[in-house]
Design a protein around this ligand. Structure first.
Ligand code: 13P
Length: 253
């Protein structure tokens, strides 16, 4: 049974003290997370280790890295390897966020390498995909997202693909306040699941969590998460406000 997941992406925000208070405030309102749900906080690298003791021992609550490098180790000043992330006990890493693709020129091929490295270390990649506005306006979003999946994920076998979480984040909905409608989200999530079904079979496809990201808020989370193929959210802005993210966690179905 696939998990329903509320994932916070703090991006490049908050000091350590602010982040600690935010995390503590959220967790004080979330007593227990049922076994079919997961709550994940993708926080800046320097906070991963210091914040770990806050989530340790709490069932189904995890920290995540926001990125990793695509090589195992070496002369890559300023970068962080998957081994390092694994060595502090992390279980999740966001891979291929559209901001990484856009500002750091990450290609589908490089993201395939990152996914592979994560899986060798038993880290769940939260693999982001999604189209820019011009592609949506041209009605070409389905092929665009399908190509992202093909080039970064479809080399995986049917066991490995089930260890990936997919996050559909239409770029035009990120940080713009312009959420995809629940119908638009469901339509793309169903498309992603049908592409997964074609490649891996319906049983495998049914096991893969597909999160929606793009202006998710407390006020729209229930409606989005109630769609049959929307298995939770990857949340930017609203994850920085305790009461908003608490509402989003509570909206998991
Ligand atoms: P917003 O929720 O701020 O639109 O950001 C979405 C996102 O990019 C999460 O990774």
């Amino acid at each position: 049974m696939r998990k329903q997941i509320a994932a916070a992406n703090w991006k490049m925000n908050k000091s350590l003290e602010e982040g600690k208070s935010l995390l503590e405030e959220i967790l004080s309102s979330v007593e227990s997370v049922p076994s079919n749900h997961e709550v994940v906080f993708a926080v800046p690298y320097p906070y991963l280790y210091p914040l770990q003791s806050i989530v340790e021992g709490k069932n189904n609550i995890f920290l995540s890295a926001q990125n990793c490098h695509h090589k195992t180790a070496g002369a890559f000043t300023g970068e962080v390897a998957v081994d390092m992330i694994a060595s502090i006990g992390l279980k999740f890493c966001v891979v291929g966020h559209s901001e990484r693709r856009e500002y750091f020129a990450e290609s589908n091929a490089v993201l395939a390498d990152k996914v592979n490295l994560c899986l060798t270390k038993e880290i769940t990649p939260i693999f982001c995909c999604g189209e820019p506005l011009d592609i949506r306006e041209a009605g070409a979003q389905n092929q665009y997202v399908e190509q992202q999946l093909q080039e970064s994920l479809f080399h995986l076998d049917e066991v490995a693909i089930q260890k990936v979480v997919i996050a559909y984040e239409p770029i035009w909905a990120i940080g713009t306040g312009k959420t995809a409608s629940s119908a638009q989200a469901q339509e793309m999530h169903a498309h992603i699941r049908s592409v997964l079904s074609k490649k891996y079979g319906t049983e495998v496809a049914a096991e893969i969590s597909i999160l929606y990201g793009g202006s998710v808020k407390g006020a729209n989370a229930v409606e989005l998460f109630s769609q049959p193929d929307v298995d939770g959210g990857l949340v930017g802005g609203a994850s920085l406000v305790a009461q908003e993210f608490i509402q989003i966690i509570k909206a998991l179905q």
